[in-house]
Design a protein around this ligand. Structure first.
Ligand code: G3P
Ligand code: MG
Length: 230
């Protein structure tokens, strides 16, 4: 059974620290988050790293694609997935690992991510949740390591959501909280899925979503949402 906390820090706690960095994970922890969400993709030499965009430009100023850089060429602020896991082990943080593949590397990214989890995820931490907007990544994750729970990421829930979720044996739906309707929330919960929303930074909005049946809120400011839901 997938057990998620009420609040997950988005890319660490990106309202307060540079997203997807060790500093951001420490900040999330300091502010009371017990889990963080991160984005994982591969470098040119197949090393899983924690990075949201295809390019490093926005977050590091380095105007290059992650898929065209080796791990050795990365700026120090960009953690490898292994470094992130070591940080979570130290802090006792759970993790929603979003598989965020570069174009064409959907299955490979999932396989490398779950291999790293199998090798490095500490037994002392809660089991991680894998999520992705890419059905192909979730399918590859299931094939390679069915033991890791999966959630389908959907920006706007449409009629095909359950067919897609069933096709990858997802146990959760992670969706855009600003687009979620009450009708869809009920549908998802009635079907037995764990329902999470991103990216909610307003306490009143979080409370309303929880009232609709949302079980987990992914937020840039986890402390704000924790306080609002207390
Ligand atoms: O996993 C939730 C959220 O992070 C999905 O969107 O673009 O922020 O990775 P994005
Ligand atoms: Mg993400």
């Amino acid at each position: 059974m997938l057990q998620l906390p009420k609040v997950v820090g988005h890319r660490g706690a990106m309202a307060y620290a540079p997203e997807n960095t060790l500093e951001s994970f420490r900040e999330a922890h300091r502010r009371g988050a017990t889990w963080v969400e991160i984005d994982v993709k591969l470098t040119k030499d197949g090393v899983p790293i924690v990075m949201h965009d295809s390019s490093l430009r926005r977050t590091t100023g380095v105007d290059r694609l992650a898929s065209e850089m080796t791990a050795a060429e990365l700026p120090p602020s960009v953690p490898t997935f292994a470094q992130a896991i070591a940080c979570f082990a130290e802090l006792g943080l759970g993790c929603n690992v979003e598989i965020k593949p570069c174009e064409g590397r959907e299955a490979e990214t999932a396989r490398v991510t779950v291999a790293a989890l199998r090798a490095q995820w500490p037994a002392t931490l809660p089991a991680p949740l894998l999520s992705s907007f890419k059905d192909a990544s979730l399918a590859a994750a299931r094939e390679a390591a069915p033991e890791f729970a999966r959630a389908l990421l959907i920006d706007e829930v449409k009629d095909d959501w359950q067919v897609r979720a069933e096709a990858v044996s997802a146990v959760g739906i992670n969706t855009n909280g600003k687009r979620l309707t009450a009708v869809r929330a009920v549908e998802i919960r009635k079907a037995g899925y764990v329902l999470s929303v991103y990216t909610i930074n307003d306490g009143d909005v979080a409370r309303a979503l929880v009232g609709m049946g949302v079980q987990c809120v992914i937020s840039d400011a986890p402390d704000v949402i924790l306080a609002a839901l207390a």
